[in-house]
Design a protein around this ligand. Structure first.
Ligand code: GDP
Ligand code: IMO
Ligand code: MG
Length: 425
């Protein structure tokens, strides 16, 4: 039995939710370790479609323990809404879920602050999901945040909430913008406490005991490598480490107990929100990828920016994460294209470079160098083995892997659970 970390290798929305759901056929525990309800992880089973934001993507299978780890920022009202909606659809979410008492809480004032900062940035806005992620992580690091364990004592929770809400309202008032209705907001929080308190746990202990017992543990990354607070295209990033190392700090299992890292890789590139994206296509091909790939945000509904596969960015992401294996998704979206392009280098200030520049301003100026490959122009959505893929598709996949320096484990050719196959271990 093993512990596996699964992370996005691009700008998020690689299909992590679908792959986690597929992999949980063989797992016992799924752990979210960073991010919050900025994530939108889609799982389609038959005619049913679920979009998960805070709840781990192992929730749809019976017998799996789903853990929201200490590295996650949790909006309690949104979490209960999500659990409740799942339960109304017949998924026994509460009984399959544990919430770290060490996770940090997001409240409405964080969301207001998120929107307020975005508004002030004007043209330079980050394009956040406005879920309060940045302000909540900022409070955590400033040591002014409120942890989930405080929910166990409603009186203490109320005092902490009101004090923090008053601090934020003072700032909002000074800025002459919308102020939070503290009483109304507290009423919402108070109402969800009885549902969430029973889920509280020391999840580091849970995860380590599961590892001791030889259970299969999957760590479910959110967002993607290029949104990582340290390695991403700063400042156009999210506020957590999205790379594999965060599974240890945010999930509670020591690095020596992680057995492998699997990266999820889309067969082309997408990005939602602002920031550099060298291979972006602002033309009919970009529109085709968006339409065929259903590239609209699972959390905000925003159209995603689409572009060619970027092997420069991916090779670097494979290195950062130690992703020795990948799950390649959305190959079917390329089915109709006569020619495919892969970015193998960038031109920057007269030089050819093959590593990601450190500074986003440089990446903004980088011009992709492409190589072309023929498309296959055949439907792959029914393919269930590597051998059955059209020859040109096999060649395209082989080239992506070669350029990215990794190996193939899983291929996905459609959104449904059964449109997936394993090619290696
Ligand atoms: P995540 O955030 O990484 O979990 O990805 P999202 O759920 O935000 O976005 C992926 C989208 O692509 C979802 O709508 C999935 O249902 C869909 N999807 C996943 N894998 C495939 C695939 O192989 N082919 C197609 N056509 N769609 C896929
Ligand atoms: P999943 O897990 C794609 C992007 C936002 C914005 C930036 C910062 O579904 O792959 P934030 O709200 O986190 O402060 O926004 O990060 N972003 C995502 N993009 N997929 C996600 O999650 C994302 N979560 C945040 O669009 O550009
Ligand atoms: Mg998503």
């Amino acid at each position: 039995m093993a512990s596996t970390v699964l992370v996005g290798l691009q700008w998020g929305d690689e299909g992590k939710g679908k792959i986690i759901d597929y992999m949980t056929e063989r797992s016992d525990v799924v752990v979210r370790f960073q991010g919050g309800n900025n994530a939108g992880h889609t799982v389609e089973i038959g005619a049913e479609k679920f979009v998960l934001h805070l709840v781990p993507s192992g929730i749809l299978r019976e017998g799996i323990l789903n853990v929201i780890g200490n590295g996650v920022v949790v909006n309690p009202v949104a979490l209960w809404e999500e659990i409740d909606a799942l339960q109304r659809r017949g998924v026994a979410a509460s009984s399959r879920l544990r919430l770290s008492g060490r996770s940090q809480l997001i409240f409405a004032y964080h969301c207001l602050m998120d929107g307020f900062r975005e508004g002030r940035l004007g043209d330079r806005k980050l394009g956040t999901t406005r879920r309060g992620i940045g302000p909540a992580y900022a409070d955590k690091v400033s040591r002014t945040g409120i942890r989930a364990s405080a929910m166990a004592d409603a009186g203490r929770m109320e005092a902490l909430f009101r004090a923090q809400a008053a601090e934020y309202n003072a700032i909002f008032r000074q800025a002459g913008c919308e102020v939070l209705d503290v009483d109304a907001e507290w009423a919402k929080v108070k109402a969800v406490l009885p549902h969430l308190v029973p889920l509280l746990d020391d999840t580091a202990l849970l995860v380590n005991r599961a590892a001791d017992a030889g259970k299969e543990i999957l760590f479910e990354g959110a967002q993607g490598t290029w949104l990582d607070i340290d390695y991403g295209t700063y400042p156009y990033v999210t506020s957590s480490n999205t790379t594999s190392g965060a599974a240890c700090t945010g999930g509670g299992l020591a690095p020596c107990r992680i057995d492998r890292v699997v990266g999820v890789l889309k067969a082309y590139s997408t990005r939602v929100g602002s920031g550099p994206f060298p291979t972006e296509l602002q033309d009919a091909t970009g529109d085709l990828l968006r339409t065929r790939g259903g590239e609209y945000g699972a959390t905000t509904g925003r159209p995603r920016r689409c572009g060619w596969f970027d092997a420069v960015a991916t090779r670097y992401a494979v290195m950062l994460n130690g992703a020795s294996r990948v799950a390649l998704t959305k190959l079917d979206v390329l089915d109709s294209l006569p020619v495919l392009r892969i970015c193998t280098a960038y031109q920057l200030d007269g030089k050819t470079i093959t590593d990601m520049p450190v500074d986003s301003a440089d990446l903004e100026r980088a011009v992709p160098v492409y190589e072309e490959m023929p498309g296959w122009q055949q439907d792959t959505t029914g393919v269930r083995s590597r051998r059955a893929l059209p020859k040109a598709a096999r060649a395209y996949v082989a080239r992506l892997l070669e350029l990215s320096g990794t190996k193939l484990q899983i291929v996905s050719v459609g959104p449904k659970r059964d449109q997936t196959f394993t090619v290696g271990r």
